[in-house]
Write a new protein. Structure first.
Length: 535
């Protein structure tokens, strides 16, 4: 059922104000990028079309998606949070009171001295002899923290959020898991037992419909039809700015918690991750004044790109998830006469040598110096007849803070090690030294041909799934990933699909994420963009 909710109607669990009868409609979903709906509706005598106005919300079917459940197929005790903003912490340690020596009359206090007075803490900002009339707060004192921060918060949970019991209680704490698999500790008093689930009751979250907010409406009175363009409601975050927030070397879950807490509004959904550890990878970005979608999906600074994560959406609930790369056993082999299937093999973005550049102490360019060599080569460099070079900028300057939240600064040695690491990541992570394989499938053009039988099963493939692609022209067998799906919301079937071995979030350019939402920022147009050199 495709329906529309008038402006002001937020009862999205019901059927909306009008059930629409569109003549055509397509949902396009690009991995970590564009997610929108285009729709055409007749100017009908019942007046359904008059409900199609900017900012109204359409509910439409989508290709089935799953949000993984960490306890799928297992027995589980379910608890619910009984308050708002309940923290799930990294360890069983909450905020502890900080107590200094009590303020005392007749003592000479110096700048920086700390005292506790009436259960609150203060720091001296002006030297003085204390007297009964100048006890804190006052001219000589400024308030400071009364409690420690406790163990890092992985996520702040809203009232009624479901958690699976793992172990405990111990010293007033339970070890709990979110449904999507993020484990941590929560205070016993903050959760209440709800129910027991059998294995058949624990299952992945199946998503078959989503909400799209109308952005543009075109009325064609000659053809008696209305054309609508709508964005997935997650793009509401484009209008949500963040307060001053500078994240330095934090893991994904903690980064997302800091981002959500910095929103200048109460976000209606939850933003979550099941990535608790990422090796030596960590997220760093100054997001002050940026919008929420920038923090998540910007190709350079976004959390999803930084951790090469899968980005899944269920209306306002957003998930930055470990990539499962599900292989459902499909195999595509290149053929010369496949109607409706385009197979492109390209070296356009091929890079086999990376030259990283940072800043020396005097501000000049700092290069690598491995016995006079200033670049890092791909292991595949000899597989191609020419070398293709790329210069990358590495943030860092000798003598400046190295971002480790310690008192250490970059040295020539440590900064060059970081430069080499980032250069190698272009090969190991971004795969820029591999030929780009891109397969587009037009299911409509395939029709009912004999070749279609081979591809019909791909209707069951989901975004981020992997398929083996065999291209005998270049003696290559690679895993390609579903990076784009187009879905007919009227006929409820996939009409087109794109598969590639270069993930959407590793393309260092201005992507559909930016253009779709009018969010090209100045840093997309500076010298920081990737520079490529052929030799």
């Amino acid at each position: 059922m495709i329906c529309v909710y008038d402006i002001g109607n937020t009862a999205f669990d019901k059927n909306g104000d009008v059930v629409l009868t569109p003549t055509s409609g397509t949902v396009k979903n690009i991995a970590a990028g564009q997610y929108d709906l285009t729709l055409e509706h007749p100017i009908d005598p019942e007046g359904k079309w008059t409900h199609l106005v900017p900012e109204a919300v359409i509910r439409a079917p989508i290709p089935a998606e799953l949000i993984e459940n960490a306890f799928a197929g297992l027995e589980a005790d379910v608890y619910k949070t009984n308050a708002n903003n309940v923290p799930l912490r990294e360890s069983a340690q909450g905020p502890q009171p900080i107590v200094y020596s009590g303020w005392t009359s007749g003592v000479v206090y110096s700048v920086g001295d700390k005292v506790t007075s009436n259960s609150k803490n203060y720091q001296c900002i002006q030297s003085h002899m204390s007297e009964s009339g100048n006890a804190p707060p006052g001219t000589f004192w400024t308030p400071i923290a009364n409690y420690t921060s406790g163990a890092p918060v992985l996520v702040n949970m809203k009232t009624g959020m479901e958690l699976y019991y793992v172990s405990g209680p111990s010293s007033g704490w339970y070890k709990m898991s979110t449904t999507y698999g993020l484990e941590g500790y929560v205070e016993q008093s903050k959760v209440t037992y709800d129910r027991h689930l059998t294995p058949s009751e624990t299952h992945d979250r199946l998503i078959t419909e989503q909400l799209f907010r109308i952005k543009k409406v075109t009325v064609n009175t000659k053809q008696m039809r209305v054309s609508v363009t709508a964005e997935h409601v997650s793009y509401d975050l484009n209008g949500v700015l963040m307060e001053n927030i500078n994240i330095v070397r934090k893991p994904p879950a903690q980064s997302l918690s800091l981002i959500e807490n910095a929103f200048m509004i109460d976000y209606p959904g939850s933003i979550a991750s099941n990535i608790t550890e990422a090796g030596d990878r960590a997220y760093s970005a100054d997001l002050s004044g940026k919008n929420g979608m920038y923090a998540l999906l910007d190709p350079d600074k976004g959390v999803v790109a930084q951790f090469e994560a899968a980005f899944r959406r269920d209306n306002w609930d957003l998930f930055v998830m470990e990539k499962t790369n599900t292989d459902r056993g499909f195999r595509i082999t290149y053929g010369n006469n496949l109607q409706g299937v385009n197979w492109n093999t390209s070296s356009d973005q091929l890079i086999t040598r990376v030259v990283p550049v940072a800043k020396a102490e005097d501000g000049s360019d700092l290069y690598l110096d491995n016995d006079g060599v200033v670049w890092v080569d791909s292991d595949n460099i000899n597989n191609y007849p020419r070398i293709r070079m790329e210069r990358i900028k590495v943030d860092g300057q000798v003598g400046k803070d190295d971002g480790t939240e310690t008192a250490t600064n970059w040295t020539v040695e440590t900064l060059r090690a970081e430069m080499e690491k980032q250069a190698e990541a272009r090969f190991d992570t971004d795969k820029v030294d591999q030929l780009r394989q891109e397969i587009t499938i037009d299911f409509v053009r395939l029709g009912d041909t004999d070749e279609y039988k081979e591809y019909k099963a791909l209707q069951e493939v989901r975004l981020y799934d992997t398929v083996i692609a065999v291209d005998p022209r270049v003696n290559m067998s690679v895993s390609v990933q579903v990076v784009e799906i187009e879905f007919d919301v009227v006929k409820e079937r996939i009409t087109a699909m794109k598969l590639s071995n270069i993930e959407a979030w590793n393309m260092k350019n201005v992507t559909g994420f930016n253009v779709l939402n009018n969010s090209i920022t100045p840093d997309k147009l500076t010298d920081d963009v990737w520079k490529k050199l052929d030799s």
